[in-house]
Design a protein around this ligand. Sequence first.
Ligand code: ATP
Ligand code: MG
Ligand code: ZN
Length: 517
Amino acid sequence: MSLSCVYSGAVHGVDAVAVEVEVNAADSGNIDIKLVGLPDAAVRESVDRVITAVKNSGLRWPNKPITINLAPADLRKEGPSFDLPIAVGMVSLSEEQNGPLKDGALEKCLIVGELALDGRVRPIKGILPLTLEAKKQGKKAILVPKGNAMEASIVEGIYVYGIETLREAYELLAGTGNISPEKLDREAFFQSKQTYPIDFNEVKGQAHAKRSLEVSMAGGHNILMLGSPGTGKSMLAKRLTTVLPTMSEAEAIETTKIHSVAGLVDAKNSFLATRPFRSPHHTISDVGLLGGSSHPTPGEVSLAHNGILFLDELPEFRRSTLEVMRQPLEDGQVTISRAAGKFTFPSRFSLVAAMNPCPCGYLGDPARDCRCSPNQIEKYRQRISGPLLDRIDLHIDVPAVNYKELRAESGGESSAVIRERVEEARNVQLTRFVSHPGVNTNADMGSRLVSKFCVLDKASERTLELAMDSLNFSARAYDRILKVARTLADLEGDMDIREVHVMEAIQYRTLDRNLWA
Ligand SMILES: Nc1ncnc2c1ncn2[C@@H]1O[C@H](COP(=O)(O)OP(=O)(O)OP(=O)(O)O)[C@@H](O)[C@H]1O
Ligand SMILES: [Mg+2]
Ligand SMILES: [Zn+2]
């Protein structure tokens, strides 16, 4: 044989595409190894690594001019994941010395992996999308680095072989090795991963904050917490994922794919069955938040997909950074254009933000005096961009808990109890919006749907009108109050919005109230 074809793949966005590695040995010409097919620097370096790895594995390749072609030629190939398929392609041309491969072995497999100089196989990024692609192509098996085997084995209906060395890969293909496919009890694995190490009942007191957070999760409403340092804002935010509906397997795979491409999935923690919680620091760059760089990687908005994005100390974020959040917040995805192509990463998350009520932090604190002037406070609050604030339905105060509450034995309801109510309210919404694609929660409603689904009776109408006038609410508060009232009714299983719901919804507009009125 003087031509061999090994099947591999390349990650593109959060998916993978097929790449064929063709290795050809010519009968005459200068002995040399050429790599063609739009490889980047890391792939070009691959040839040197592969030659050393093959030698150190005690395998042979033909002593002839060799051309390695990565097809399709117009797709930019990045990273070191082609080492193993290239090596396999080269040594498969010397079957006489290395031992014969099983018939059709190469056609049945997809092969990926980086090689170390001693022939060992190193883990790579994006294994989950690559394995899904292998299955889509109808491959019987995928050969992956041992360190990635757990992650790959989440995919059903394909044999996953965790490979430790180049020699092991060759022996598997020759049918002489004794390596067996990875086995995973997917059901049990999924179940075991669905528990959180933290719980809402660890937070003492804060009944008002907890209630508002439940409302926010129930209706998909973004929320902003205002409170002095140490009142428990971060503690509450971290526990929000624990009251969101349990992730479906499809959602879990979607989220894991994003983390896989970002290289954040490790051998032990191979699957995200629980919702992600991301809390980027306020110094984060736009690329870090949205994704990008020359080799497109998902940003924080995508890593938070199906979970929570927590922006602590919101006014400290650069204004431009907050502005760029508009696209993901509105579309549930981000599009990044780069030389390597156009990439779309999903980014549907709940936004949870926190801030101090004023620059010194102690406005409204019973124990400490605020040293800020009205002007300073105004300026501080104005740092949050209007468009972003427009996407936040609830703003709440998180006051300090008193000593007696902190000493209490328990913090009340557990996350599981709250989650049940959230799930029920979400189900009501799924039924309501069944004929409105793209709308899953009350928060997603545009003004047309608000007028359809948030009809008020006379008494509620009057209450809202009074509040709008006396509390100086802006017009943009109106729709938000209605949507939140809808969620409050849903939490109670009420068909109609009642006055109590409107009255409660009005309380969640701290920032709309004129501070000095
Ligand atoms: N309600 C509470 N129940 C139990 N512990 C609490 C509560 N509030 C605060 N704590 C304790 O105080 C610590 C500080 O809380 P946390 O970091 O959440 O405050 P914060 O509001 O985020 O403060 P900052 O504004 O400084 O970020 C927590 O780690 C926790 O130990
Ligand atoms: Mg904090
Ligand atoms: Zn202050």
